[in-house]
Design a protein around this ligand. Structure first.
Ligand code: PAF
Length: 315
């Protein structure tokens, strides 16, 4: 850790409050990231900053959180890529189904030049993104029937994030994708206005989805990172030592989220089965990829084949 940000103790000063918002409970991968981020910053700045956490969408859905960051009404957020590509369109490329071979591949891309360049693209949109955390690979849940093959998706009303890449994918697969902000999802599943949703095991467990969903298919269709960000206004008011503390803290937060995901990927399946979910544990990914062919053509047109090759070519 850079000694530079071990600034003079802010003994007599009152700590500056850092409001941090995110979608899930404090005992989720988001909470793990926020706790690690807060701990490092508070320690490295000798208490010059104090994080105040707003978990469980207390400040609104992810779109509202990002807008709050742009307006400077919230200092820090952790969000999925769900709503992000409406603000930073280049981010959408990571949402392409079956783009990443596995977790190691996704982490190598996001920690390497591609992922770091992508973080740099946020600045033009009035956002400062400091690190890529992780949610895991997204899987499908629903209340109608076990989904074993693409044909089983036909007509299912699946809640998707407000993300054009996800919407295209589910439409191409024959489902009826319903973009919806996360805070509305549990109610909509309970009322039956949607049949299903898709999220990684970290979310399925943290948000207690087995209470409102019968079937789970481990599709692993999309890798889901999350971005640890601060507002430009807040960032502009920090000195170099404090910027270094926030950056190192965000990296520690990202690491904490990955550890949480590693753990929940090991234990989550047994947990959701014990909670009554019926699980289809594997699908023929090639069949899903074949069904997605028209969507892949659109993605290549949108993001450029060169970009896709750079990602798939990363070892
Ligand atoms: O599905 C989403 O909207 C996101 O994955 C969630 C659950 C809000 C976590 O960021």
């Amino acid at each position: 850790m850079a000694a530079a940000f071990l600034a003079a103790p802010a003994l007599a000063q009152q700590a500056r409050e850092v409001k941090i918002g995110y979608a899930l409970a404090i005992n989720s991968h988001y909470g793990a990231a926020a706790n690690a981020w807060a701990e490092l910053v508070e320690k490295a700045t000798h208490g010059a900053f104090k994080f105040k956490q707003f978990p469980s969408s207390a400040l609104g859905g992810e779109r509202e959180l990002i807008e709050g960051l742009q307006l400077g009404t919230v200092e820090a957020v952790i969000v999925s890529t769900g709503a992000l590509s409406n603000f930073v369109p280049d981010v959408g490329v990571v949402d392409i189904p079956f783009l990443f071979r596995d977790t190691a591949h996704a982490r190598a891309v996001l920690d390497g030049p591609f992922g770091q360049d992508l973080l740099g693209k946020f600045q033009k949109r009035g956002l400062v993104a400091l690190a890529w955390g992780e949610q895991g690979f997204r899987h499908l849940t629903n209340n109608k029937h076990p989904v074993k093959a693409p044909a089983d998706l036909k007509g299912l009303k699946i809640r998707v994030t407000e993300n054009p890449v996800h919407i295209t994918a589910f439409r191409t697969l024959g489902a009826s994708p319903t973009p919806m902000s996360w805070p509305e999802v549990i109610g909509a599943l309970q009322q039956g206005t949607i049949d299903g949703q898709e999220n990684p095991m970290s979310v399925i467990v943290s948000a207690k989805l087995p209470q409102v969903q019968k079937y789970l298919t481990l599709t692993g269709h999309v890798y889901a990172p999350m971005a640890l960000m601060v507002s430009s206004a807040f960032w502009g008011g920090l000195n170099d030592a404090q910027k270094a503390a926030f950056t190192e803290g965000a990296k520690a937060g990202a690491l904490a989220s990955r550890r949480f995901v590693d753990d929940v990927e090991q234990k989550g399946l047994a947990e959701v089965k014990a909670a009554g979910m019926q699980v289809v544990e594997s699908v023929d990914k090639a069949a899903f990829q074949a069904a997605l062919e028209p969507a892949y053509k659109q993605y290549a047109g949108k993001f450029g084949q060169k970009t896709l090759d750079q990602i798939t070519g990363t070892r």
